[in-house]
Design a protein around this ligand. Structure first.
Ligand SMILES: [Zn+2]
Ligand SMILES: [Zn+2]
Length: 132
């Protein structure tokens, strides 16, 4: 294979990796990204996934989501305001498209603490585990 073909294959794989992250609707681990992107690029290696993630982070197309005691996950950089829900039974992480707290940006607390953003993770049991 010539270099041009190899270059094209790489950029296709990177597109498939990016699409997997964008379509998931929840933050994915490297393993999950690999599994999903392999459906499009069957010969995709894990090293390529790591390289693509590094580049996508640098290009600010994705961002890392780190939850305590859990693998780092990745989601699209531009997302609607949302929160994450982690299942205590199966450890899966989901997006919750709602905000359970009302502290608007710009709220100030006594002694001059101005809030710009907030981060919360909710824990519980997911629909699948609830049904089991
Ligand atoms: Zn679960
Ligand atoms: Zn919120």
């Amino acid at each position: 294979m010539n270099n041009k073909k190899i270059g094209k294959r790489r950029s296709n794989q990177r597109t498939h990796i990016r699409e997997a992250i964008e379509k998931a609707g929840k933050p994915l681990t490297v393993g999950e990204i690999h599994e999903l992107a392999k459906e499009q690029s069957s010969n995709l290696g894990i090293a390529t996934v790591y390289r693509a993630i590094k580049l996508l982070l640098e290009e600010k197309l994705i961002k890392a989501v780190s939850l305590p005691e859990s693998e780092i996950r990745y989601e699209p950089y531009e997302t609607e305001h949302h929160h994450h829900f982690q299942c205590n039974d199966c450890q899966s992480v989901f997006d919750l498209p709602m905000c359970p707290i009302s502290i608007p940006e710009g709220t100030t607390f006594p002694n001059g603490f101005r809030v710009d953003s907030h981060e919360i993770t909710l824990y519980g049991s997911c629909p699948t585990c609830n049904a089991a």
